[in-house]
Design a protein around this ligand. Structure first.
Ligand SMILES: Cc1ncc(COP(=O)(O)O)c(C=O)c1O
Length: 436
């Protein structure tokens, strides 16, 4: 066994990986080896290399369908969580809307067949090009600042165009989550605070602009939220304004949390929707107002695992054991950004007890390049083994970078015994594509 001084891992962490953290079509054969979507993980690793994102397509489909059914007023998938052509095509297939925050996300959504009318554009600093593009293509805009209103006004006036819009407000509700992913409080770069008359002013201005069809309000109180009560609190705060202006839509944003660790428990998408709809009913807006949502993480996070190959194991006696893999903060910056925790397991033996305490690190030139600060892994782990982190479907690939000029990993969708490559691994030539 590897010995280290790290006492933070609890007793339960020695148990085999919890099936609750694995994609839904995960199965295990006699040897203890993991398959997803009917394909052995080892086979996918052999065919596509490491690091490798493996998405369970059936899991994605079930979550999209659940979100669509749970919010009859409409759901927009928050594409920042994970976007590529194949993902956007799935969203399109289910007729669900998509939330984008940049020209790049708009471009991918449109080029994947999502109708412009099903796209909503976010952003606290939309460029003139982005606003212009959205307006000319009939993309709905979530208005975020007075400068944006000025830009919108001059554009609509000059070109005699029309645009559907919501106003993003910050209801002053604190969600219990990491500081960097709280967005509903007033000290935020997003939206108009409700408390300072700024929202009222923004609404009045937008309503006075010919060509703007102001449908309603939008609020997003944060991300990775496990306690649902703040959604009801936010609903109670924004409802009077929805009623005052006779709005037809209120979007509650996204933010539903997911379990990354065995001791975490998150509500389901439908439980979240039930609470939100009940809250809408309690404040008297459920009948006349479309209550819409924008889930990202809760749709994609648990659908994927990331596989890495162990390259070195460094034992520092009485201190710690470092297990280094062939990826790191460039394919999953969440641990560095938010101190997020993950579990680790061996896809070759998912029933194995995990008694060895290690720190899983990447291959980047940073001491802080940590993937799992306090991991437990089977004693048997050795150089050359494949290890995996579950629940990596959200904000991993989408936040991936080229730091140290690592090539971004491949992404595979697996379903019905078929693993299809949806994003190829970047090549060395790709790294020179932008140099002139
Ligand atoms: C406006 C907005 N909507 C939706 C989301 C999606 O949040 P999540 O992935 O936590 O569901 C975000 C995430 O930052 C957001 O900013």
């Amino acid at each position: 066994m590897f010995i280290n001084s790290d006492s933070e891992a609890n007793d339960k962490s020695a148990d085999p990986i919890s099936p609750e953290l694995l994609p839904r079509t995960s199965a295990v054969i006699d040897s203890g080896e993991l398959s997803i979507g009917g394909v052995m993980v080892s086979e996918m690793v052999q065919n596509f290399g490491t690091p490798l994102f493996i998405y369970d397509e059936e899991h994605l489909r079930q979550n999209i369908a659940e979100a669509k059914a749970s919010f009859p007023g409409g759901t927009a998938y928050a594409s920042k969580a994970f976007l590529c052509k194949a993902m956007a095509e799935l969203i399109s297939e289910y007729g669900v809307n998509i939330d984008v925050s940049s020209m790049g996300e708009m471009y991918i959504a449109l080029h994947s067949g999502i109708p412009a009318g099903n796209i909503v554009l976010h952003g606290n600093n939309k460029s003139l090009d982005e606003i212009n593009f959205a307006v000319r293509n009939g993309i709905k805009i979530i208005v975020d600042s007075f400068d944006e209103i000025n830009n919108l006004e001059s554009l609509l006036f000059d070109a005699k165009l029309k645009c559907r819009a919501l106003i993003r407000v910050t209801p002053g509700v604190e969600a219990h989550t990491h500081e960097f992913i709280k967005t509903g409080h007033e000290d935020s770069k997003f939206g108009f605070p409700l408390g300072e008359d700024m929202a009222t002013l923004a609404i009045e201005r937008l309503r006075s602009i010919p060509g703007v069809d102001l449908l309603g309000l939008h609020n997003h109180i944060g991300s990775q939220i496990f306690e649902l009560q703040p959604y009801a609190e936010a609903m109670a705060v924004v409802a009077p304004m929805v009623q005052k202006y006779d709005f037809s839509e209120l979007c509650v944003g996204g933010g539903l949390g997911v379990a990354y660790m065995a001791d975490e428990h998150a509500p389901s998408i439908s439980q979240w929707a039930d609470l939100v709809m009940q809250a809408a009913q309690d404040v008297g807006i459920a009948k006349d107002v479309s209550i819409t949502s924008e889930p990202g993480r809760s749709i994609v996070a648990q659908a994927a695992i990331t596989c890495y190959r162990v390259g070195t194991i460094k034992r520092v006696p009485q201190v710690r054991t470092y297990l280094a893999v062939d990826g790191g903060m460039s394919d999953n910056p969440r641990p560095v950004l938010y101190g997020s925790g993950y579990e680790v397991f061996l896809p070759s033996d998912i029933r194995a007890e995990r008694q060895a305490r290690v720190r899983v690190v990447g291959k980047h030139c940073e001491s802080g390049d940590i993937l799992v600060a306090n991991a437990t892994v089977p004693d048997s782990v050795k150089v050359g083994d494949i290890i995996a982190t579950p629940v990596t479907g959200a904000y991993g690939y989408s936040m991936a970078s080229h730091y140290n000029r690592l090539q971004r990993p491949a992404v595979v969708f697996v379903r019905d015994n078929d693993a299809r490559l949806v994003c190829r691994r970047e090549s060395l030539e790709d790294l020179l594509r932008f140099d002139v």
